[in-house]
Ligand binder design. Structure first.
Ligand code: C5P
Length: 409
């Protein structure tokens, strides 16, 4: 957490979007807090929000009169002006409808138009009934937004409108302020930095229809790419999975270790930071059959050969000043195995993952890791708590930024 939120917020332009949920009244408190901390707050209320709260309440508390429509302004394109001038756009409460329209790129009012027009970081604080929050469509939209680099301040469990109790209550205004401050404090600390990230597991053909794969979902690598883009980096993501990526991320789709090696090695020389989060196969069938192997021909003997070790090659060719990050998925003796890989592959930071548990590593949305730093930096290993993959991505990027500051190119 940031020690002095006032120092971060002073003079920053915050567009505060308010949508039509019962929690809209809490946005009044959020608005007041942001103004008290020195932010310049511009409220944008949707038609739905106006059914719950008064425009004049926000106009009285905020730094500018509340905006409610694309068309009530003398300015014919208020959304681009609002979006461009914003240091951050916050939507609290964000209804299921707003999340869906934003995720789908639908702009049908001033707030959604501003969200699509802005390149500033965006924070959303969803609030809705538990059933709606848990619906796969809503969860899918939230995941899409997160993957694009949007900061989501998760709702809390508690009493909801109508007396129900469950998850979906708007986060406390203090937590939303923390989210806004965190995003602004990190700001664009990777502006102008070229970041190359890999994600997902590779597939190695046995025959025309079968392949050897692994459990990697690509979530961690996509989270790193999204967080780096949000922090201003020029990001290239070499991925084996078709997950969404943040606006502006260059995406290169590959399938095999060989294709990933070619895509990565061709681009790595120009990168300031390389994060190898992909689970690259270590072995592949030596002679994949061009056609489908027939069952009637008996059990095939699949002879394996090693794949190119991309990370090791990157370590050998590492240009001065480049920060090289590897991931080590282990099921036992995590620390020692990861440290050995860090040395062997000439890596600057190794993110060691215990993938044997149910809540960290492959497929899930959370992770717990040990960050190991190359010995010449003398930093002790750092154990993280169980955090979301987005938070782990930001923590890793914090460490990368710190390393670049110590050893600029
Ligand atoms: O040795 P191990 O495969 O566990 O090392 C994991 C790290 O090495 C990951 O960062 C992974 O992306 C990378 N790797 C690679 N090429 C391989 C195998 C792993 O770049 N063939």
């Amino acid at each position: 957490m940031v020690d002095d939120p006032g120092a971060v917020l002073a003079g920053r332009r915050v567009v505060l979007g308010v949508t039509g949920g019962i929690a809209a009244y809490k946005a009044v408190e959020l608005c007041r807090r942001l103004v008290d901390l020195g932010a310049h707050v511009v409220p944008v209320l949707t038609e739905g929000a106006l059914r719950f709260v008064g425009e004049s309440t926000f106009s009285a508390l905020a730094s500018e009169p509340a905006r409610t429509s694309l068309f009530d302004d003398v300015d014919p394109i208020p959304h681009t002006r609002l979006g461009r001038a914003a240091d951050v756009v916050v939507v609290a409460p964000a209804t299921a409808a707003l999340l869906g329209r934003y995720a789908a790129g639908i702009s049908d009012d001033l707030l959604t138009a501003t969200l699509l027009a802005t390149r500033a970081p965006v924070v959303v604080a969803p609030a809705m009934h538990t059933e709606m929050w848990e619906h796969p469509a809503v969860q899918g939209n939230v995941a899409t937004l997160r993957a694009r680099g949007v900061e989501v301040v998760d709702p809390e469990a508690g009493r909801l409108a109508g007396g129900d109790v469950g998850e979906g209550r708007l986060a406390d205004p203090a937590r939303i302020v923390d989210g806004v401050v965190g995003v602004l404090a990190r700001g664009h600390d990777l502006a102008g930095v070229r970041v190359l990230v890999t994600a997902g597991g590779t597939r190695e053909a046995i025959d025309a229809v079968r392949f050897i794969a692994n459990r990697s979902s690509g979530k961690m690598g996509h989270a790193v790419a999204g967080a780096a883009a949000r922090r201003g980096a020029a990001v290239t993501l070499v991925t084996t999975v078709s997950r969404p990526v943040a606006a502006g991320v260059e995406r290169v789709e590959v399938e095999t270790a060989e294709e990933m090696a070619q895509a990565v090695l061709a681009r790595a020389g120009a990168a300031d930071v390389v994060v190898m989060a992909a689970a690259v196969a270590d072995f592949r069938p030596k002679a994949p059959s061009p056609g489908k192997l027939k069952k009637r021909d008996g059990v095939p003997e699949v002879v394996l050969e090693p794949t190119p070790d991309i990370l090791a090659t990157l370590g050998e060719r590492k240009p001065a000043g480049q920060v090289l990050v590897g991931f080590a998925a282990e099921t036992d003796d995590l620390h020692r195995n990861a440290a050995a890989k860090l040395d062997a592959k000439n890596v600057d930071i190794m993110v060691a993952n215990d993938v044997s548990g149910p809540d960290a590593g492959f497929e899930v949305d959370t992770n717990r890791a040990i960050l190991l730093y190359s010995h010449d930096r003398g930093l002790p290993a750092e154990e993280t708590p169980l955090v979301s993959k987005g938070d782990l991505a930001d923590l890793l990027l914090d460490r990368i930024v710190a390393q670049r500051e110590k050893e600029p190119r």
